[in-house]
Design a protein around this ligand. Sequence first.
Ligand SMILES: Cc1cc2nc3c(=O)[nH]c(=O)nc-3n(C[C@H](O)[C@H](O)[C@H](O)COP(=O)(O)OP(=O)(O)OC[C@H]3O[C@@H](n4cnc5c(N)ncnc54)[C@H](O)[C@@H]3O)c2cc1C
Length: 377
Amino acid sequence: MALALTEEQQILQSTAREFIAANAPVTHLRGLRDGKDATGFSRDLWAEMAKLGWAGLIEDEANGGSALGFGELAVLFEECGRKLAPSPFLASVVLAGGCVRAGAPAELRNPILSGVARGETLLALALDEGATFAPYAVTAKAEKSGDGWVLTGEKTFVLDGHVADRLVVVARTSGSSGDRDGLTLFLVDAPAKGLTITRTTMVDNRNAATVKLDGVAAEVVLGTVDQGADVLDPVLDRATAVFCAEMLGLMTEAFEHTIEYLKTREQFGVKIGTFQGLKHRAAAMFAELELSRSVVRETVSAIDDDGPDVPTLVCVAKARCSDAVSLIAREMLQMHGGIGMTDEADIGFYLKRARVQELTFGDASYHRDRFATLQGY
Ligand SMILES: Cc1cc2nc3c(=O)[nH]c(=O)nc-3n(C[C@H](O)[C@H](O)[C@H](O)COP(=O)(O)OP(=O)(O)OC[C@H]3O[C@@H](n4cnc5c(N)ncnc54)[C@H](O)[C@@H]3O)c2cc1C
């Protein structure tokens, strides 16, 4: 297990930090929000990121990628998290891209993934159907029609679904809602007949679409019929791990900002950071941050080593990061004496993003419960 970054990862980190500071500071997100941007992220910026090799980081060299690992991917997600940089990275490369990588027939997989690696093709995963993360609670139906399949149902919170060229749709081919068996993954062309995609904007100004499927013809099955969870589960674990790295980036930045404020803001003629009441709170945040960093690094290392304990580590990482990001974002607001409540201050953006992060891919309770189940309780 590697808890420290390798030399190559440190170089990647400093290049990414410099690039994001120059191109996607928080004012970038603010500008997209204020301008009611139809895409919700900058396609030009995503093209630049792809040129730097980010979109193809974990892709095979044959498909134009650099075949690096999740350790490197996590470094980039952490840097994006620090400045709340919006992009289709998670949806396209890790989530739907992961399903295509694991389940598509070679003649489709290679052209699609090389398009993703170039930043030209955008993908999204249509999984959830309710208000909370429940990957097996699928009622959307797939029925045989001639040689193909026809999909019916409704999906919620499809990250960046409004701009996707293709969707990976999880539908039920047997069993009932809540069953792990009976799920099948389908690739669907975004302009397909019967498909309605409605963009919604979340509290953190990021995109999550509602997708209606009214007799939509699927292009192809990814993986095996009824056994879609075998493809889906590892993809969700890997996506959750890098998402935790993004959360780590947010909490690191929030913590550093807050410490800086405690060292600068004066009350009663002294810096407020000299008060024991605030020092103790800062120390508690620091401990949460360091524990989160350790478990995130351990999780991405286990993914790269193909370790057997990836699912349990993902549960530990997400439960810890959900708790820590919530604590640190709330403390940031409180210790700034409430200025984060004003729209002018960037710190409110951190609190809003933290609230969404806490819940995405399951909150701390979800992952504690899943951890207990995986341990046989
Ligand atoms: C738009 C807006 C609306 C608000 N509405 C409300 C409201 O309806 N109700 C409400 O209760 N508040 C509200 N607040 C928050 C409140 O007005 C102040 O933010 C709060 O009183 C903190 O005071 P301050 O700004 O002087 O912070 P600062 O003095 O800068 O303090 C910053 C941090 O240091 C801490 N601190 C300061 N001195 C000490 C000390 N001696 N010992 C230990 N810790 C210390 C503070 O508790 C705080 O965590 C609002 C704030 C804003 C911006």
